[in-house]
Design a protein around this ligand. Sequence first.
Ligand code: GAL
Ligand code: CA
Length: 335
Amino acid sequence: MKKFIALLSVLFLSAALVACDNGGEDTTITIGANIYTFGDNFMNGVVRPALEDYADHLGVVIDIVDSENDQGKLNDQVDVFIESGVDVLCINLVDPAAAGTIIEKAKAADIPLILYNKEATVEGVMATYDKVWYVGTNSAQSGIIQGDMMLADWQANPSWDKNGDGKVQYVLLKGESGHPDAEARTTFAVKSFTDAGIEVEELALKDSSTWNTQEALDTMASWITSYGDSIELVISNNDGMAFGAITAMETAGVDFPVYGVDALDQALQHIKDGEMNGTVLNDGVNQARATLDLAVNAARGVDVTFATAWELDNTTTKAVRVDYLAVTPENVDEF
Ligand code: GAL
Ligand code: CA
């Protein structure tokens, strides 16, 4: 009889465990997420798979939609996520100035929100909701690293100053105007030269809302036609656009130093092949992990950095900022 009771209680206990798991309340966390456009090399090629892998690893469900570079579309997608009852939102803004709209929606529904990759550009907007955080980088850091790398190479290669005027004649592929990364990279990449007392001359600058390879190819082709060999340096605010510049140069049979940002696999290969001079690792894998760690903690209602190695920068911007790293021909094999 004792044995029978013991067996019964074991059966009862396991039944109760199963009930907790599947019956009553479903405890699986569901995340509504987006990528501002699946047409972006870095966001779609690095960050999206990293989000999916890490969600699997954490045992949470993530739905990642394509906002097709349309903020209006993203606003609607967020409404649909909220109606469907997701536990938390991970949002890659299309327009960094539209953060307030998304924050208001999340706040009205009392759903935590992690903004990632595109930092809100509206001052004070992060303070309007206690359940919004940001995961990204320190944008200026990428420009400083890229600028220092270009400066060192320029100083080591006097022949790069083709017209011998002591100035750097450069063209710059900017990326999205108003995007904190694009703005900061544009400023700081060039500042390394001027801080070192080297004058620069901007021959041309072009923005591109999707940081796109094809657009950059067309832009670079027209710059080669206009400026030809007076171009001494090609600064690209991301690798995707640098690839376009490289193809345009190959087609035209010219060869200028080119630098990017992101450290996509293809960029590492270009550096090894001597077709690109350097890039800056934009650590999308750790950005994805931080985004989901914060999201899951927020959904559970615990401190967002609980049981993680992430740290928030301050109480105003509430951001986790993942470090950038220089990638040069000397260290490329480590990546
Ligand atoms: C940047 C990245 C770009 C582009 C952009 C999209 O951090 O360097 O390649 O992906 O984000 O917001
Ligand atoms: Ca010169």
